[in-house]
Design a protein around this ligand. Structure first.
Ligand SMILES: Nc1ncnc2c1ncn2[C@@H]1O[C@H](COP(=O)(O)OP(=O)(O)OP(=O)(O)O)[C@@H](O)[C@H]1O
Ligand SMILES: [Mg+2]
Length: 246
């Protein structure tokens, strides 16, 4: 593990009325400790998971549209000022890693295609399965990335909803990749997810983004686990109740 702690430096925050400081749990954040090679961010839609993950990515020098420090390109990058107020505590500092954001993965694939048109850039597809990511399905291109690009030792991988493109079987493949890299290469993962499969990774730290603060929780206490379990065990009853006219 290398990223030990994220601290919010409050001295220069001018106003708490605007995004991202108007998000209650960002406002209340002072520091977040990482105790584990695999940490999940869970919580309701809009609770602030991506905001924090993206800000950590910017602070690491990773591109906001997805990519590593070597992938410098400008997409429709939004200014996020939270990163200016974050301090990252490392032991040791790593420069390798990747930020994967499902919603801007398309832009990243386009960027690689453009780079491939330029002279002297070599085989830009080599780390991504040898062909353009646009010529692979959404899930295939994700897995190509995971299988080929995620190989550095001592790396930090920040993933925002990687399950978006993956079938349940491929989510299991991702769990295996996470397991191999975090145990054999000591890679660190911070993953925002809604997937009850990914969350099942053994011994991960699960940080729940609640209304007012971020709290550690267990797999079985997450809504993702409880609702999915209940749905699978009581599908008919649950749907009848859901669809019942009031
Ligand atoms: N660029 C922005 N400008 C203003 N508000 C924003 C911006 N991006 C996000 N927000 C707001 O900040 C809050 C947190 O958004 P964020 O994307 O971090 O949520 P999230 O936890 O990742 O949700 P989800 O599970 O749906 O991905 C939301 O209320 C959202 O509407
Ligand atoms: Mg999000």
């Amino acid at each position: 593990m290398s990223l030990q702690k994220v601290s919010l430096l409050k001295e220069n925050i001018k106003s708490y009325n605007e995004y991202p400081f108007n998000i209650p749990l960002i406002k209340n954040l002072s520091e977040l400790q990482f105790k584990n090679n695999v940490t999940f961010f869970v919580g309701e839609n809009g609770s602030g998971k991506s905001t924090l993950l993206e800000s950590i990515a910017v602070k690491c020098g990773f591109n906001l549209n997805g990519g590593s420090q070597n992938n410098v390109y400008t997409g429709n990058t939004e200014e996020i000022t939270l990163s200016d107020h974050l301090r990252l505590s490392w032991l040791p500092k790593v420069n390798n890693g990747f930020f994967l954001r499902a919603e801007s993965f398309y832009n990243f694939a386009t960027y690689l295609d453009e780079l491939n048109q330029e002279e002297g850039t070599g085989d830009v597809y080599a780390p991504y399965g040898g062909i353009s990511l646009h010529k692979q399905s959404h899930g295939e291109s994700f897995l190509s990335l995971f299988n080929n690009r995620f190989n550095s030792k001592k790396a930090l991988y920040l993933l925002d909803e990687p399950e978006a493109a993956l079938s349940p079987a491929r989510q299991l493949s991702l769990l295996k990749i996470i397991h191999d890299l975090s145990t054999k290469s000591n890679a660190q993962f911070i993953i925002a997810t809604h997937s009850p499969i990914l969350l099942g990774y053994p011994d991960a730290t699960i940080l729940s983004f609640n209304e007012e603060q971020i709290e550690e929780t267990s797999y079985e206490m997450t809504e993702h686990y409880q609702i999915t379990k209940y749905f699978l065990e009581n599908r008919k009853g649950m749907l009848n109740k859901l669809f019942r006219e009031d």
